[in-house]
Write a protein that binds this ligand. Structure first.
Ligand SMILES: [Zn+2]
Length: 405
C-alpha cells in the first residue's frame, strides 16, 4: 500500500511538477506543507549531508547508523539536490514529521507553559524563580527562564543550563524541559539525592526559547524558525543566528530557507535575549540544548571538523550521556557542519562546555503522541541529572574514566 502511494506520488511529481496533495489527499488524512515534498536521502558522510541541506533540504532528522536523512524540499530544492548529484527518494507524507503538528493532547501551549512555570514558582518560592529573558519578535510572548536551587546563599554554587525549543516544531523538547523543572522543584521534598543536588547547584532552564514559532506549531504549522517577516520570506533559524562563527557554513543567506542565518549575527530578539541570559548566569559550568530528532548526543564544534580544545573532556561527557539514553555520541560536525549555533556560541564565546541532544528517532519525528514524549523524557532524565551532578568540575569525568586520554 505504502509503495503504491510512493509510486503515485513520484508519478504525479514527474508529470505535473507540482504538489502531491491532490494525489494522496484521499488516502492519507494529513495536510501537507504547501509546495513541499517529503524525501528520504541516503547520504555518505557529513559533507554530502551538508551539501543537501545547503541545496535546500529542510532536514528533519537522520538515522545516523543507516546513513538516511529525512526531510522535505520544494521544487527548486528538489532540482538543486539532483544537480548536486544527490538522489532523494520521494516518500509518502508522514504526519509525524514536517507536515503539520497534530499537537497531541498533553503538549503544552505557550500560555500553559507560562501558567505552569508561575504556579510552580508560587508554590515553591524558596527554590524556584521565573524571569523573562525578553520578548520574541512579535513583541508579545516572553522567553521564560527559570532558576532552581535550594534555599540559602547560592552565589558560590556551580550552575547548569538547559535550553529547549530553539526550533519551534520540536515539541518534545519543551516537555522534556518542563519535566526536568518539575522533577527538581517537586523532588526537593521527596528525594534526598535531588535535595542534595539543589543545595549544592543552581539549575537554569529555558523551556521555550522560540515562543512565536511554537505558537505556529500549536496551530498545526510545520515551523522551525522564528516569525520575523522579511521581503523574501519569514523567519530566521535561531540556531544559525548566534554570534560565534556566524554565517560560515551549513546556513543560508536567503530568508526563504529553513536555515536562514538572519541579516547579521544575533539580529533576532530571541537570540539577543538568550545570549544575554546565558552570558549573565554566574558560575555557569556546563549545559545542554535540547532538539529533536535523531537520537544523537553532540558536542562542539559544529562549525569545523577540527577537534575542540577540550576534546577529551567533551567526548568523555558526551559518551557518558549517550550511555544513559543509548543515543549515538559524536562531535556535532560529524552530522554536518553548522555555524552560529547556541552550542558553539556557549563553548566558543563563554568557554563553557555545551551539548546538543537530538531526542527521539525517525519513528517519533517532531510530533510523537504525548505518551512517547513522556518516554523520551524518561530516557533523557538520568543524563540530565548526571550533568547537574558533575557541574562542580566537569573535567572530573576524564580523570575518573580515563576515556580518550
Ligand atoms: Zn532543532
Amino acid at each position: 500500500m505504502r509503495s503504491i502511494v510512493v509510486l503515485a506520488l513520484a508519478t504525479s511529481l514527474a508529470l505535473t511538477g507540482c504538489g502531491r496533495q491532490q494525489t494522496v489527499g484521499r488516502t492519507l488524512p494529513t495536510v501537507t506543507a504547501p509546495g513541499q515534498t517529503q524525501v528520504r536521502l541516503a547520504y555518505h558522510g557529513s559533507v554530502e549531508l551538508g551539501r543537501a541541506v545547503e541545496a535546500g533540504l529542510d532536514l528533519f532528522g537522520v538515522d545516523a547508523d543507516k546513513g538516511l536523512a529525512f526531510g522535505q524540499v520544494d521544487q527548486g530544492g528538489l532540482a538543486a539536490l539532483q544537480r548536486a548529484g544527490l538522489h532523494p527518494e520521494l516518500v509518502a507524507p508522514d504526519s509525524r514529521m514536517g507536515i503539520r503538528n497534530t499537537f497531541d493532547k498533553g503538549y503544552r501551549t505557550y500560555e500553559q507553559v507560562t501558567t505552569q512555570l508561575h504556579a510552580w514558582a508560587d508554590q515553591h518560592p524558596d527554590r524556584m524563580s521565573v524571569k523573562s529573558a525578553g520578548k520574541a519578535w512579535e513583541n508579545e510572548r516572553e522567553i521564560w527562564t527559570t532558576r532552581i536551587t535550594g534555599p540559602g546563599d547560592a552565589s558560590k554554587r556551580p550552575a547548569v543550563s538547559f535550553t529547549a525549543n530553539l526550533h519551534a516544531r520540536e515539541l518534545v523538547t519543551v516537555e522534556v524541559a518542563m519535566n526536568l523543572i518539575q522533577t527538581l522543584v517537586e523532588g526537593y521534598d521527596k528525594d534526598p539525592a535531588i535535595k542534595k543536588m539543589l543545595d549544592t547547584r543552581v539549575v537554569y532552564v529555558a523551556p521555550m526559547m522560540n515562543p512565536d514559532g511554537h505558537h505556529q506549531a500549536e496551530k498545526g504549522g510545520d515551523w522551525r524558525k522564528n516569525t520575523h517577516k522579511f521581503a523574501g520570506g519569514t523567519g530566521v533559524d535561531l540556531n544559525r543566528n548566534f554570534p560565534f562563527q556566524w554565517g560560515l557554513v551549513g546556513t543560508s543567506n536567503s530568508a526563504s530557507s529553513d536555515i536562514y542565518r538572519g541579516p547579521s549575527a544575533a539580529s533576532e530578539p530571541e537570540t539577543q535575549a538568550v545570549r544575554d541570559y546565558l552570558s549573565s548566569i554566574p558560575n555557569l559550568k556546563i549545559g545542554m540544548d535540547y532538539h529533536s530528532f535523531s537520537n544523537l548526543v553532540m558536542w562542539p564544534w559544529g562549525w569545523t571538523d577540527n577537534p575542540p580544545p577540550d576534546a577529551p573532556m567533551l567526548s568523555a561527557i558526551g559518551k557518558k550521556l549517550a550511555g544513559f539514553n543509548h543515543y549515538k555520541p559524536e562531535q556535532a560536525s560529524e552530522l554536518y557542519a553548522t555555524s552560529g549555533t547556541i552550542r558553539d556560541f556557549v563553548y566558543g564565546q563563554l568557554h563553557v562546555p555545551y551539548f546538543t541532544t537530538e531526542m527521539g528517532g525517525q519513528n517519533d519525528g517532531f510530533d510523537p503522541p504525548y505518551a512517547r514524549a513522556q518516554q523520551i523524557w524518561e530516557e533523557n532524565k538520568p543524563g540530565a541529572l548526571w550533568l547537574i551532578s558533575i557541574a562542580d568540575d566537569p573535567s572530573q569525568v576524564t580523570r575518573r574514566t580515563g576515556i580518550d586520554r
